[in-house]
Ligand binder design. Sequence first.
Ligand SMILES: Cc1ncc(C[n+]2csc(CCOP(=O)(O)OP(=O)(O)O)c2C)c(N)n1
Length: 661
Amino acid sequence: MTQVDHSRMANAIRGLAMDAVEQAKSGHPGLPMGAADFATVLFTQFLKFDAEHPDWPDRDRFVLSAGHGSMLLYSLLYLTGNADMTIEQIKHFRQLGSRTPGHPENFHTKGVETTTGPLGQGLATAVGMALAEKMLAAEFGKKIVDHHTYVLASDGDLMEGVSQEAIAMAGHWRLGKLIVLYDDNGISIDGPTSLADSVDQVKRFKAAGWAAERIDGQDANAVAEAIARAQKSGKPSLIDCQTTIGYGAPTKAGTAKAHGEALGAEELKGAKERLGISLEPFSVPADVLKAWREAGSRGAAARKDWEARLAQMGPRKRAELARRLRHERPASLAKALREHKKSLLASPLNVATRKSSEAAIEAIAAVMPFEFVAGSADLTGSNNNKAKSAVNFSARTPKGRFIHYGVREHGMAACMNGIFLHGGFAPNGATFLVFTDYARPAIRLAALMGTGVIYVMTHDSIGLGEDGPTHQPVEHLASLRAMPNMRVFRPCDAVEVAECWELALNRNNGPTVLALTRQNLPQLRTTAPAENPCSFGAYELVPSQGEAKVSLFASGSEVEIAVAAQKQLAGRGIATRVVSVPSLELLLAQPAERQRAIIGQAPVKVAIEAAVRWGWDAVIGKDGEFIGMRSFGASAPVKDLFRHFGITAEAAVNAAVKRLG
Ligand SMILES: Cc1ncc(C[n+]2csc(CCOP(=O)(O)OP(=O)(O)O)c2C)c(N)n1
């Protein structure tokens, strides 16, 4: 081992961070400079990783929750020898096409575990990773799954509300292998955190069931001792590392001026001189780089041992683990859902789609008992996503695969991202559709990162009735559809529900919302073709008798209304077809020819959806007829509401007849 003084190792991070931000003329030098000491201790003495194999499944995870400090992570990846992180990448910090974007993007840069930047998300996502580790270890054994999850969290991370949800869950679940290093520099953008905050974080974490202590984060020995203690704790651990933002900068250290802008030539020179760093930009002394590279390959032996242990595992179990880590579903899933659909055709289920979703889940959980991880934010009995066989996950029952998240939609959604990113599971989480608002930041990151998580969102319209407008989503379908890489399914009956579940489970590069009803619906489908009709976003459910004069488009509970309107129009001799649209955005993503075929040529187009119109013009045209919501809902029994808001077969018929003249 090359012996290099700790401070020279840490200064390599500081030098690279200062130079990269200076070159880019934007970025955040303060955090990497302050956190360099404890990050160096973590990466050179504790973190189990092999820089040559950033995807090694049993590596420790390191999450930079304070994503704005990205140069800390990029420096560490470069110094430890991650092949993708060359010095050229560091020199192109924040430039188009570089692997060093402003905030770390896991889909872009190898060695980045999750995308961070929106404060609080990394911490909450890491809780999901640590949870997944515990669940997977319970199943495959500690010889194969045994790693820590480390997080660097900043003041801002801990001020965000989602941090409270995350730490409460981690404490309750006793995620002892989760260790948070809190970069407690007391500075944020506006100035000292005392402007806005007086929380005692150590007390807060302790109150949530964590081990927590405060140390001098600039003292390498103190950091090493604290991490060693945290590793032995049966509880998740907070190490409050008191640091100086912009450590070493002559006038800006300890001030908000070090937070988020280049230091400037003079300040940079002064910092380098104080710290004893070469003035040559992007230079790292050979012995320092060598020592860092040795730290980067420190874990190679552990990785090889792990591979040997894996090779000793039975071939079936090994293949199962590999499949799960690839996010592939078992072949038995398609068969189980085929059987399920067959039984639906034989004896139709005229129930709410949340109930037919429960029936689909029974079929799914039977073939994916350990992989299918469901949960609810305290609405289990309403969301209906708990299989009869499901055992609750708890600190003492880590093989349980149903998670009671408590009333924590945001924490749940972030946690699911972490479960997916860790690998080995297909997570789904449930609440009311209207509360996607409470989970939105994590849902957005799921779409950006491409995590294949599933949101089981019930009570999907005014159809929920008496709970009223606070609980009735109106704009949510449109707003979720507007999100790139998001897929929203609003199935109309039990068969579509099964089809949408299958598409959602097989989607491993982006999230899916299943919008489900509270109220009962008839089963409309009489066939279940091998080629899943929902996979095109929409399909003709009821053809017209003769050339169609009217096309009726609808999703979810309004497909029943469209079918009733079709009958009335046909009765008047007006040839009408019904197109079920379980996923508007998937329809609009089809090749033009297929889209044209599904949308059809009928001169009158009517869309029916108990939500706002946004998005439907792409199907019905600006001059199309829309039967839906223009305002918030109201508290009343469901039948009264649909009549009150004019979402009825009669309204659709009248609109079509008026247009036909
Ligand atoms: C959710 C969210 N809100 C706001 C921001 C903008 N922002 C970036 S860093 C920061 C605060 C920085 O303070 P701190 O977390 O203490 O980081 P440090 O100053 O120590 O680098 C803010 C408000 C953000 N990234 N995410």
